[in-house]
Design a binder for this molecule. Structure first.
Ligand SMILES: Nc1ncnc2c1ncn2[C@@H]1O[C@H](COP(=O)(O)OP(=O)(O)O)[C@@H](O)[C@H]1O
Ligand SMILES: [Mg+2]
Length: 227
């Protein structure tokens, strides 16, 4: 299992200028490389989900996608806000929430209508959430949307609702297959990680890695500053 550590993600606000801070870029690129180029079989679609809310799923999904699309081979990359409970990709990138992927699933808009390009990355906001989250995720239109995204992109990164709080990630697992779990260092209990892993695997996901987010300092911060 790939394990990564980071305390660099607070640099993400740079993303709104479509450019990551160089340190953050390096971190996200290494996360990207360990997942996609580690020799593990990972398909085009990757769910990024945290165990519980506020552990960093949106930050990681957007950061990795921004870094990944700037790789040497210039892969075609999209980030999709599939967290219909707390949509946030649009907020991080300073975009409106609608139109977005929910409109594509409901067949009221096309992929080309709703994709917004930021720094080489195609961004899909959540869109109009008139229907409930589970209604959207069990719509026939979802399978078609995933197929259409497959034909347009080399990699599609999905920000998904927290695994232990909602069934959404488990429901999507059968269609998307690969998942990374974002864990907040020193805060997420071991049991919560085990439960999230079990839920994802029961849904049919392959766990491509665990990202340890918000790593705390091994010595007290006030001492660290003086070192
Ligand atoms: N490594 C990090 N360092 C500092 N702040 C972070 C880091 N990762 C996430 N955050 C902040 O923590 C909050 C929750 O992160 P977010 O990505 O929105 O979590 P989630 O999508 O899992 O709810 C946001 O305000 C985000 O900017
Ligand atoms: Mg989020």
């Amino acid at each position: 299992m790939t394990q990564l550590e980071s305390d660099l993600l607070q640099k993400l606000p740079g993303a709104s200028k479509a450019q990551l801070d160089p340190q953050a870029q390096e971190y996200f690129l290494s996360a990207w490389a360990s997942i996609f180029y580690s020799g593990k079989a990972v398909g085009k679609h990757l769910m990024v989900c945290s165990t519980n809310r506020k552990e960093g799923s949106t930050t990681l999904a957007v950061g990795m996608a921004l870094a990944g699309c700037q790789g040497a081979a210039s892969p075609r990359v999209a980030v999709v806000d599939m967290n219909f409970r707390f949509p946030a990709v649009h907020k991080v990138l300073g975009l409106p929430q609608s139109p977005g992927i929910a409109d594509v699933i409901a067949r009221t808009a096309s992929i080309a209508d709703v994709a917004r390009n930021i720094g080489g990355l195609d961004v899909f906001a959540a869109g109009n959430l008139g229907a409930g989250s589970l209604d959207l995720l069990t719509e026939q239109g979802l399978a078609q949307t995933i197929m259409d995204l497959s034909s347009r992109y080399d990699h599609v990164i999905y920000d998904v609702a927290a695994v232990n709080d909602y069934p959404d990630a488990q429901v999507m697992a059968s269609a998307l297959k690969d998942a990374v779990l974002v864990v907040r260092t020193n805060r997420t209990p071991r049991e919560a990680v085990a439960q999230a892993k079990k839920r994802l695997e029961m849904g049919g996901a392959r766990l491509a890695g665990v990202l340890l987010n918000m790593r705390t300092f091994p010595i007290p911060r006030f001492l660290y500053r003086r070192v």
